[in-house]
Design a protein around this ligand. Structure first.
Ligand SMILES: Nc1ncnc2c1ncn2[C@@H]1O[C@H](COP(=O)(O)OP(=O)(O)O)[C@@H](O)[C@H]1O
Ligand SMILES: [Mg+2]
Length: 766
């Protein structure tokens, strides 16, 4: 009971400090005590927050204990507050269950903690125990070979399982394994399964052949020391010299074949890695192109881009880097364990005694260095950004006489960085000697026990001599185990994310009633439409509108009233919840999606221009339009003047090295793009919001002809944009139509529109 109380009190004292530092819409900075000096907690916190809806970017810094969260402005301050606190508590708890106890919080500079010393002492104890066991067992009792070996196997399994469970990636791995009966690696290999099997066979053969020379060389020594080998005499090799020739020949042959096979295996694995990446990349790019916008909107672009690049590369990386390793390690065990059990059962367990110890060393080395490397890279980026910041702000620094303050700040960060790196270097330097020590201890054990058996006459000298070095083959491979298991887990976790993305539904582009775009009249009707984004209150409530064929309809309203949403519904980026959207009297859900979108030209609020020339951008979607059409569209959109003034005119590259365009210029280019497409219906969503009033008026005059036989829907918050429309809808908050009519009718009505008009006219003349 007291221990429970103590635990609770102790945990209370550990209660993490979670405090907002600065909060502005869309961006919050926090002080999170529990993250300070704990890269794993920072990593967990980052990972969990990134999974949350509405969170766009997260950065938790273990060097400063700070957290930066950028989020969708639709999330309220309170919601983010709650989310952060909940996730911090969860991450802290998760870190505790993963490590058994929280790693010590070492102040800003993560220093050598209690656990690290535990590691060292545990190592010494286990090493000492091993030696003691070997020595005492050698002279007094010999365990039954199976019991001894069983113990070694159990210890190995315990080490590997523990390391596996501690990894935060393990849960992804089990999630992926649960989803399909097929092994994740076979799922990844896909249609390249044959190559996977062939490469596997090559790796296994290479390992077997690799073991041959070391055994044959020992055999040669036996032949030299003891005279002829009876086994070889039976093969017809009577003289020592011929036996030496034979053994040398086989050794050389095995080495040559192993080298050739090893080359083939290397090529096969790398080629498999490339093919797998290529196949998944092609499939996933095509898939993402076809996924409905409604699903993509819920995802962060950087996350999807991350899956399409990093995760897909990771799918191949395991085959290129670690598959060969696992097969070779497995083969070594499968060959050596039975050989030892069969030929020298008495010393088999000693030979493999270091396996669990080296495996454990490998995992703990990998785990520690991974978290230290993470801290180190955090620290270096912190140092860099501080430096850049400092240089950019040099006028401010000098004017406040803060040079010494800045010097101290950089000095401190640099010291933190050095401290982390020192620990990484020390650990790396200690790793190999420790592994070597373990291997040597086991070798001495085999020498002693085997030697005693040889003396007692229970073990032939030839067998002893041939096998004495064999376990080293396995031991030298083991140090890479931590890294290889990590690669495997990363690969399966990446597969999980790729499969999640692949499960997003694609649009049924080709099904439905075909539509002859040339015959479209262009009347669009919203009939009692209600719509809500997932998990949000309705944006549109029972909205009815009629966009008359070959007329101009204006939609105005405050930001967030749902104007863009109406455009999305007309294009079927989203589907209505209730009500209908009709095109020429036809429910658009019945129309073939491709045709619907061919019939509508859409200039989005945030005009997007692709990397390429201005010409490429205007003819986007109408790829084979004649140059004259491109120029005349640019003229209508009032883009011609500024394009002509650019150095390479229509061939000017847009982007870093080319012209940097203003918001209004970009808008005019995307307007030109819609004009080139020349569809029967055109929706302009705030398409001229960044254009000055004069140019806007010019665009309106120019578009008159273009709009004559088309249905034009103009969405705007500036009333001058739509005042000449044939019919105007005024949207109000709450997703309802507040007023409708022509400009003059609405002014006469003295309602929302009229007061907005007065306000904007006042603004314009102010
Ligand atoms: N993809 C989305 N997911 C969730 N909410 C959204 C999404 N797009 C818009 N909204 C919300 O719907 C409301 C209406 O948005 P929108 O149609 O863009 O308004 P407007 O174009 O009139 O400014 C806003 O409150 C906005 O936050
Ligand atoms: Mg909008």
């Amino acid at each position: 009971m007291p221990s429970i109380v103590a635990a609770i009190v102790g945990r209370r004292r550990e209660a993490p400090r979670v405090r907002p530092r600065s909060v502005i819409p869309g961006r919050q900075r926090w002080d999170i005590g529990v993250v300070l000096g704990r890269p794993r907690v920072a990593e967990l916190l980052q990972a969990s927050l990134r999974e949350s809806r509405g969170i766009e970017m997260v950065y938790a810094n273990p060097a400063t204990g700070r957290l930066l969260v950028c989020h969708d402005t639709a999330l309220s301050r309170g919601e983010v507050d709650q989310l952060v606190r909940k996730t911090v508590a969860l991450a802290a708890r998760q870190a505790m269950t993963l490590t058994g106890s929280m790693p010590p919080k070492p102040g800003v500079m993560p220093s050598r903690g209690r656990r690290r010393q535990n590691t060292g002492s545990a190592l010494v104890v286990s090493g000492g125990a091993a030696v003691a066991l070997v020595v005492t067992r050698a002279t007094f009792v010999r365990p039954s070979p199976l019991v001894g070996l069983g113990g070694v196997v159990v210890a190995t399994v315990v080490v590997v399982r523990r390391a596996w469970r501690r990894s935060r990636l393990a849960q992804h791995v089990s999630a992926v394994s649960l989803r399909s009966k097929r092994h994740p690696l076979l799922q990844i290999a896909g249609s390249h399964k044959r190559q996977f099997y062939v490469a596997s066979c090559a790796s296994i053969l290479v390992q077997i052949l690799d073991m041959v020379p070391s055994i044959l060389i020992s055999w040669m020594a036996v032949v030299l020391i003891t005279g002829k080998s009876a086994a070889l005499v039976r093969l017809g090799l009577a003289s020592v010299a011929s036996q030496l020739w034979f053994l040398t020949g086989v050794t050389a042959l095995a080495s040559v074949v192993a080298a050739v096979l090893s080359f083939i295996a290397g090529v096969l694995w790398r080629d498999l890695a490339q093919s797998v990446q290529q196949e998944w990349r092609t499939e996933m790019y095509a898939h993402v192109q076809r996924v409905g916008l409604r699903y993509l909107e819920g995802e962060r672009t950087t996350r999807i881009a991350g899956i399409l690049t990093n995760d897909i590369n990771q799918l191949g990386r395991f085959f290129a880097a670690s598959a060969d390793y696992f097969l070779k390690l497995g083969t070594s065990f499968l060959v050596l364990v039975p050989v030892f059990l069969f030929l020298t059962p008495g010393i088999a367990w000693v030979a493999f005694l270091p396996v669990p110890i080296v495996a454990w060393l490998s995992f703990s080395y990998h785990e520690r260095s991974a978290s230290d490397l993470a801290t180190s890279s955090e620290n270096v980026s912190l140092l860099n950004s501080q430096l850049v910041n400092n240089l950019e702000a040099s006028a401010t620094v000098k004017s406040f006489g803060a040079e010494q303050y800045e010097i101290d700040r950089i000095h401190h960060l640099s010291a933190v960085y050095r401290q982390t790196n020192r620990r990484i270097d020390k650990r790396a330097a200690a790793y190999t000697p420790t592994v070597r020590m373990c291997a040597m201890v086991s070798l001495s054990g085999i020498l002693l026990l085997g030697g005693l058996d040889v003396l007692a006459g229970t073990l032939p000298f030839g067998v002893f001599n041939s096998l004495v070095g064999a376990p080293q083959l396995v031991l030298w491979q083991l140090p890479g185990l931590g890294d290889a298991v990590d690669q495997y887990q990363r690969t399966v976790a990446a597969l999980g994310r790729v499969l999640d993305l692949r499960s997003l539904q694609v649009e049924p582009g080709g099904s439905g009633r075909p539509l002859d775009v040339a015959k479209v009249q262009g009347e669009m009707v919203l009939d009692g439409v209600t719509f809500a984004y997932p998990g949000r209150p309705p944006v549109l409530r029972n909205v009815s509108m009629r966009m008359a064929a070959r007329k101009t309809t204006g939609i105005v309203g405050v930001t967030g009233a749902g104007k863009t949403t109406i455009a999305k519904l007309m294009l079927r980026f989203q589907d209505v919840e209730s009500g209908r959207v009709l095109l020429d009297g036809l429910d658009i859900r019945e129309v073939r999606l491709q045709d619907l979108r061919k019939a509508i030209g859409f200039v989005a609020q945030d005009a997007f221009l692709f990397d390429g020339t201005i010409d490429d951008n205007i003819r986007y979607g109408s790829f084979d339009a004649e140059p004259e059409r491109v120029v005349s569209a640019a003229r209508l959109a009032q883009a011609d003047d500024f394009v002509e003034a650019l150095p390479s005119r229509y061939d000017t590259m847009i982007g870093e090295r080319g012209a940097t365009l203003s918001g209004g210029q970009k808008q005019r280019l995307s307007l030109a793009r819609a004009i080139v497409k020349s569809p029967p219906i055109v929706i302009l969503d705030e398409a001229t919001s960044a254009v000055d009033n004069e140019t806007e008026a010019a665009i309106q005059r120019a578009l008159k002809d273009f709009a004559r036989d088309r249905t034009l829907v103009i969405i705007a918050h500036r009333l001058s944009t739509i005042r000449h429309a044939d019919w105007i809808y005024v949207m109000d908050r709450g997703g309802v139509v507040a007023e409708e009519g022509t400009h003059h009718e609405l002014i006469a009505r003295e309602g929302v529109y009229a007061s907005l008009w007065r306000l904007q006219i006042g603004e314009a003349s102010a």
